[in-house]
Design a protein. Structure first.
Length: 324
């Protein structure tokens, strides 16, 4: 739970990067660009905070990108059904559709946890299957075309501002504060770290391992559904092709933020730094007109570097424990 040394290094690099981009990229430090970066990182950041808990608990979730697309399409489909077929007013139909999308996400995450613990199927396999299934379900719901049943005011959720700040950024802040409190100041948070650090020891200590892992998977799936709603609000449609590859960027942000892939250590604060770092890198490369293919190369190098730093820290800790 303690902050790792490379967190400080990453924060220093982030500051240096911002200063460098301010010099090289005209408009980087403009208020408009800052708000644009905030909006761009918010939806993936919301999910990354949940993914931090999943990885700290020793699991992984590859389905979050497809879950975002599915949640947006499901919300659009339900809204269209409620307003078109049932004749509900949009003021009622939209909130109910959003609520059902969030509940669906929670149930899917709970199902993933149940399969993981009941049948001992690795979460990598379970969520990979769910990723494929949700992608197909989104295509079936939309029949391959965007669904656009939303009223104009719906755009305020994903595309609007509150006190000059993008609404998704405020949602990200709320999720960050809540997840930080849970992971640092609650019994459940300590249980997540214990389960990821040594599952058998946690079980012998009376910690409900299955319930803990199922809960973090359910929470992350719910956050993915929330991000899907915000995404559908921003583009004003349910589109099956949105959020492709998000799961890789989200996991990358968590790893860059210092969370150990082997579980047991990491922090939501580190993840926030990782999310901002990736967001600034992508925004800077876009402003500098860096070729899109090179952008992917740079992101790959960043992920590999973060993993190597992670492994070096783990090895160093192991040597210290052996010496003690």
């Amino acid at each position: 739970m303690s902050r790792r040394p490379h967190h400080f290094i990453l924060e220093l690099v982030l500051v240096v990067l911002c200063i460098t981009l301010a010099v090289l990229a005209p408009g980087f430090f403009s208020a408009e660009n800052a708000l644009n970066v905030l909006r761009n990182i918010s939806m993936q950041g919301i999910i990354a905070l949940g993914m931090t808990m999943v990885i700290v608990a020793g699991e992984i979730d590859l389905s979050v990108g497809s879950a975002v697309a599915f949640a947006g399409c499901w919300t659009a489909y339900l809204t269209g059904t409620f307003t078109g077929t049932l004749g509900w007013p949009p003021a009622v139909a939209v909130p109910v559709a959003i609520g059902l999308a969030a509940i669906t996400g929670f149930l899917l995450g709970s199902l993933t946890g149940f399969i993981r613990m009941r049948f001992r199927v690795p979460s990598f396999i379970t969520t990979l299957a769910l990723m494929t299934g949700l992608s197909g379900a989104a295509e079936l719901i939309t029949n391959g075309f965007p669904l656009t049943p939303f009223p104009e005011w719906y755009n305020a959720l994903g595309g609007g501002y509150l006190a000059g700040v993008p609404v998704p950024a405020l949602v990200l802040l709320c999720v960050f504060l809540a997840s930080s409190f849970v992971m640092n100041h609650t019994v459940f948070g300590r249980s997540v770290y214990a389960v990821g650090g040594n599952e058998e020891a946690a079980r012998l200590s009376g910690i409900p391992v299955g319930r803990t892992k199922t809960t973090v998977l359910a929470v992350t799936a719910t956050l993915a559904a929330v991000a899907g709603v915000l995404q559908s609000s921003e583009i004003m449609s349910g589109t099956a092709t949105t959020a492709k590859g998000w799961e890789l960027d989200i996991i990358a942000a968590v790893i860059i933020g210092g969370t150990s892939l082997s579980g047991g250590s990491g922090s939501v604060r580190g993840t926030m730094v990782g999310v901002m770092f990736l967001g600034v890198i992508i925004n800077g490369m876009t402003l500098l007109n860096v070729n899109e293919y090179w952008q992917h190369v740079v992101r790959g190098i960043l992920i590999l570097t973060a993993v190597l730093l992670n492994r070096a820290h783990v090895t160093q800790e192991a040597f210290r424990e052996a010496a003690a």
